[in-house]
Design a binder for this molecule. Sequence first.
Ligand SMILES: *Cc1c(COP(=O)(O)O)cnc(C)c1O
Length: 363
Amino acid sequence: MMKYGRTYNFSAGPAMMPEAVLEEIAAEMMNYRGSGMCVMEMSHRSKVFEEILAAAKDDLKKLMGIPDNYKILFVQGGGTLQFAMVAMNLLKGGVGCYVETGAWSKKAIAEAKKFGEVKVVASSADKNFSYVPDCSDLDIPDNADYVYICENETINGLTYSKLPNTKGKILVSDQSSMFLSRPCNVADYGMIWAGVQKNVGPAGMAVVIIREDLIRDDLDAKVPTYLSYKIHADNDSLYNTPNCWAIYCCGKVFNYLLKNGGLEAMEQRNQEKAKVLYDYLDQSKLFTAPVEKTDRSLMNVPFVSPSKEQDAAVVAASKAAGFDNLKGHKSVGGLRASIYNAMPKEGVEALVDFLKKYEQENA
Ligand SMILES: *Cc1c(COP(=O)(O)O)cnc(C)c1O
């Protein structure tokens, strides 16, 4: 059990936030730095909020080393709206090429098909999305507008160890469930986006990092105003009333990460944490981790027992032991431990102790 009686929450999202960040937010709740109000009550046009927004962008830029020719946008609608926005903004009459690796890339593909031609250039559907397909020599048509990946499949527990060879086309990546979990060379991408409730802050918003030359002003006139990246870029994410609260909370997390060793330190911690769990699962006689070793996510760890009944029994026992949200996604079943940046190593160790004990008692 953690401070304040908080539990180790293994939810895939919304997920744990760093305790120190929640404490800072609590301390500023009633009167943000002498402004006389809570950030939730503040005008998005006020100087004090403009400073919050500018600091959040500056800190994210430093944290990821984002080059000057990229824009950082905060867009409402969470992760899901980006499936449509990517296609509406980046398809220019050519083909959107997608790598199909699981539930979230499938959703992106289905949504993009509403707006233009889509080609699935690689898929791991043949083996139940338990691996990342070889993307070193994809069949990418000349008229491809982009190549799209879901860089960490939250439900299936896969991540790329190497980015696809896009043959000169721009790479678009959904990093929702791995955002800020390891260093990232932003210049390798045309656009990165992330729904923030997995590894950063409150739900309902996405961060978009987009190369300036990809922001178009010749979109179909029927594209809703809010869904144009240009509108957000030209108005510094303040075209309409943004999710000020989420921007503030995300900014706190960016700053916290900067002060705690940045993304190198996060990667190190995340590798150590994931190793504790995978090492146990790999020698367990009760549980199996189905994903190919080279493609395993450091953030979302799915595993199964021999039967659905036993899976349910383990989930129930884990809940009674004070662990939350270990049930696998309804589409794949089994169990899943999401161990994002804010999950302490002690939480993973406690989970492994619990699973070991369960295994001994139920062998
Ligand atoms: C959660 C998630 C989404 C969808 O995010 P919402 O904010 O729930 O719409 C998209 N992609 C990935 C990889 C996710 O994990």
